[in-house]
Design a protein. Structure first.
Length: 318
């Protein structure tokens, strides 16, 4: 692994030996009482899928109020990854900080483990954990694809504290109207400055390498366009399980529209559901929502080919 602008880190892969595979682990919700069970599932998934990178799509833990508690849980949960000396990365979900442990403090704990590729990101951009990773051909040393990780924050009240003002009647904050478009979940998500972070990275990558490079976006909270996909399952070729409305962010930060505009994003993966596990296609972009780890369809393996093509498959441990 080496660092190279404009990426936070670079992973080299011998594509003559096959595709680059990422084991994507949705909400683990690890805590002292279930950490060993979570580790067992991760161990079985790694053994089955033989990934080159392990990625956690938020809600890695829950109910942890300080860094000592986090470290005790991560010592157990990360053991299957650390013993195999695999690189891993993550984004935060809404549950990771729900008990009071800040994402900034948690990030420092994660980064103390060998193989962690997660970084806090630019302090001028909202959130903790906005960064990019490049997958390069070991022989050619040029990017085959790049990954963009974004912090989708937590409940909408955090957004309101920064931007919110009462409506005309003073009854509701701007982001918490009584009839929201996407269900009364009132969740935050990708902010516009984070969308611009992706755009700037995309522009810079095109400038440096002379052409656009295939991208994959990862974050915990689905954007509103995910709702359109499940509302139009035939047109969007949806497969998998969809049992509840998609709990999307309330204020649309424009990440999906920007991905379509740039034309380099091949797939967007999110989580934030205990009962949905589906994939579809919208605007030529594969989109997918993943349910909690250890439930139906288990985890997901994302594969990247030498030509930058991206595909995904469920990995179920029976």
């Amino acid at each position: 692994m080496e660092k190279a602008y404009p990426f936070s880190a670079v992973l080299a892969h011998d594509f003559s030996a096959g595709k680059f595979t990422i084991l994507v682990l949705p909400s683990c919700l690890a805590e002292p009482g279930n950490a060993a069970e979570v580790a067992s599932v991760i161990d079985a998934q790694i053994e089955r899928t033989k990934p080159r990178l392990v990625f956690f799509v938020g809600d890695v833990t829950r109910g942890l109020a300080d860094e000592n508690a986090l470290r005790a849980v991560l010592d157990v949960v990360l053991a299957p990854i650390l013993t195999r000396k695999l690189p891993f990365a993550h984004v935060f979900g809404d549950m990771d900080s729900a008990a009071g442990l800040s994402n900034e403090t948690a990030m420092a704990v994660y980064r103390s483990y060998p193989g962690c590729l997660s970084v806090p990101g630019d302090a001028d951009i909202d959130g903790c954990g906005n960064y990019t990773l490049a997958i390069v051909d070991k022989a050619e040393r040029i990017p085959v694809a790049w990954l963009c990780m974004l912090d989708s924050h937590s409940a909408i009240h955090v957004y309101e504290r920064k931007y919110g003002k009462p409506d005309a009647d003073g009854a509701y904050p701007c982001a918490r109207l009584p009839q929201p478009l996407y269900g009364k979940y009132y969740m935050d998500g990708i902010h516009f400055c984070q969308t611009m972070y992706y755009c700037r990275a995309s522009w810079e990558i095109e400038r440096v390498y002379g052409e656009k490079q295939p991208a994959v976006l990862f974050f915990h909270m689905p954007p509103p366009e995910f709702s359109l996909v499940v509302m139009n399952q035939g047109n969007c070729r949806v497969t998998g399980i969809q049992r509840e409305a998609v709990r999307t962010q309330v204020v649309n930060g424009g990440i999906f529209a920007s991905a379509l505009d740039r034309g380099d994003v091949r797939a967007i993966y999110a989580a934030h559901s205990a009962v949905n596990n589906w994939y579809g296609t919208f605007g030529g972009v594969c989109v997918g929502q993943m349910m909690d780890l250890g439930t139906e369809n288990g985890a997901t393996v994302v594969s990247i080919g030498a030509d930058g093509t991206v595909s995904e498959a469920y990995s179920t441990i029976v």
